[in-house]
Design a binder for this molecule. Structure first.
Ligand SMILES: Nc1nc2c(c(=O)[nH]1)N[C@@H](CN(C=O)c1ccc(C(=O)N[C@@H](CCC(=O)O)C(=O)O)cc1)CN2
Length: 297
């Protein structure tokens, strides 16, 4: 056994991470959003409305959309459900999103990711009116995130930032390694962290020596879509670990048991980042409804 391995094993036995739990924080966010939705309805007669667009029949995506609709309903937010066949073209999807963008009764639009391979997802996202982009997927929202300006946040990355703030994790100067560069997770997560003055290293499928880079991180954000991908041996002792994975069977991207032995703080799956994603979606739907109602008066 090398000295480094022995040292790691000692650390592993002696260190137990605290959990960064999203459930309660998310419940409080939803409660506040529900109270604001009620006030809007009582004072103006307008009920916030979220349109969800699901293309194809992926069971996991259908489950996430259902969760979003159910939680909207509980928060007093109306929902409009659009389900399109798997063979939908980019043009057909863009036409549907344009129609929703022009519908005054719809305040927020969510296009569930991923869409089938024949669709140009970027073109579809860009068909969402910036003022209704409550899922933070358009280039307009990306610019706001990159510059740290007010605007809609991509829901999982925005939820991650809220979680880090709630647990008093210092971001300025922290070396953050983001694993993954998807348009809904890794890419915007890095942008938000950079806007909070973290030092950000993006890593992805072509990155060399990934474990070595992760070992240098004060904060690790795993958003790669591979169950148990990040191992405890990759982590610097005391690192903060955010698991944004949502793999089949509620398994994260981080090997939780190993990470919990090395990290100082770690998000569980389930109960970590996931609930924050939906809470921020509802909060931003109410933001959008309030802004659109005020603009029409
Ligand atoms: N347009 C978007 N598409 C997708 C997004 C997104 O933010 N915008 N995120 C992911 C998955 N996702 C929402 O769509 C999502 C995944 C998991 C959860 C969640 O709360 N999970 C729970 C466990 C599940 C359960 O309670 O049964 C948890 O982690 O505690 C929320 C949202 C894909 N696409």
């Amino acid at each position: 056994m090398t000295t480094e391995t022995a040292a790691r094993e000692t650390i592993a036995r002696e260190t137990t991470a605290r959990l960064m739990i999203g459930t309660d924080l998310a419940a409080a966010m939803v409660e506040r959003a529900a109270a604001r939705a009620k006030v809007l309805q009582e004072t103006t007669g307008v009920q916030p409305c979220l349109a969800t667009v699901l293309v194809g029949d992926d069971p996991a995506s259908a489950t996430y959309v259902r969760m979003k609709q159910n939680r909207s309903k509980k928060a007093g937010i109306g929902s409009r459900s659009i389900v399109l066949p798997a063979e939908t073209t980019t043009e057909e999807l863009v036409a549907e999103l344009t129609k929703l963008s022009e519908d005054p009764e719809v305040h927020g639009i969510l296009l569930q990711h991923p869409v089938p391979a024949q669709i140009d997802e970027r073109a579809a996202f860009e068909a969402i009116a910036p003022g209704k982009d409550v899922d933070g997927v358009t280039m307009h929202s990306f610019a706001a995130m990159a510059f740290g300006e007010p605007g809609f946040r991509s829901c999982t990355p925005g939820g991650i930032l809220r979680l880090l703030e709630a647990y008093d994790v210092p971001l300025a100067g922290a070396h953050t390694v983001v694993i993954g560069r998807s348009p809904i997770l890794g890419k915007p997560a890095g942008m938000l962290l950079l806007a909070s003055n973290a030092t950000v290293t993006y890593t992805h499928s072509r990155t060399k020596d990934l474990a070595e880079l992760v070992r240098q991180a004060d904060i690790v954000v795993a958003a790669v879509g591979k169950p148990n991908f990040v191992r405890g041996s990759w982590l610097k002792p005391g690192a903060v670990v955010v698991d944004a994975g949502y793999n089949e069977g509620n398994v994260g991207d981080v090997h939780f048991e190993e990470a919990a032995q090395v990290a100082s703080l770690v998000t569980p799956v389930p109960g970590g980042v996931g609930p924050m994603t939906i809470a921020l979606l509802l909060e931003q739907t109410v933001d959008a409804a309030e802004a659109q109602t005020a603009a029409r008066r």
